[in-house]
Design a protein around this ligand. Sequence first.
Ligand SMILES: [Mn+2]
Length: 261
Amino acid sequence: MGVDERGLLRRCAELFEREPRLLELDAERLERAVFVGDTHGDLDASERVLERFLKPKTALVFLGDYVDRGPRSRENVQTLLKAKLEHPDRVYLLQGNHEGFKAMPFSPADFWEGLEPELRALYADVLAKLPYAVALPSGVLGLHGALPAVDSLQALNEIEVGSEAWRAITWGDWQDVDAKFLGDWGGRLQFGRAHFEEQMARFGMRVLVRSHQPDAPPYLFDDRCLTIFTSHAYGLRDRTVAIAPLRGDVRTARDLALERV
Ligand SMILES: [Mn+2]
C-alpha cells in the first residue's frame, strides 16, 4: 500500500493513549454523529462512509470490528487509522471483539492469523488501546456489543481490557427476553431487557446504537436498542449507518435517520 505500517501504528498508539475509553462528544463543536456498524474487511464500505460523511460538525463513529471475515482487512484498518490521524476530532474508532485479539484470541481470525508474529503483536497492542464507547448529550450511547454492569457511565473509563465488563462491551449479545442474563454462549455473553433497562437508567442514556450481532432484530426494547451492520462480509445485506443529533432529546432509535452506503 506504500504506507509505513509500523509508523502508522506507533502514531496511532500515541493518539489512543490520550483518548479516554468513554468519549463524551460536545454539542458546541459537533452537530451530528454518524454511527457505522462492523465493516469487517469491507474497504469499499469504509471509503464510502468517509467520502460521504467526513464533513464539518459531523462525528464519524465506527463501532468496531474492522478486520477478519471480509477480504480487505489490512487495508480497511489502515484506511481507518489514517483517517483517525488526519481527523482526530471527527473520526472515532471504537473497539470491537475483533480488535481485542490480544486479550481474548479467537478462531477463525484470518487477519490476525495472516500476520507475522511481530506485526501481529504490534497491531494487537495498538487496537487494544481503542476506546469503548461514545456518549452524545442527546442521550445516545454507541458501543460494539452490550452494556457492562458498572455503576455509572464514567466507570467505563476504568474498565480493563480482558475483564468481564470489557467482555460485555465487546462480545455481548442482546436477546429479546425479559431476563437479565442468559449465560455465556461459546464466549458470547447473552443479556436481556432487564439488564438493558437497568444499565441505561444508571448511565442516564435513552438509546443504544451497536453492531456485532448481524442476526439481531434491528430494533429491540421498545425501539431503544438499534443494531446496525455496515459490511458485505456476510453477503449482500444492506450496509446501514445511523445518524443522530447531538442536541435535543432523542426518545427512541426511531428518531435516528438510517442511510444505506
Ligand atoms: Mn463483533
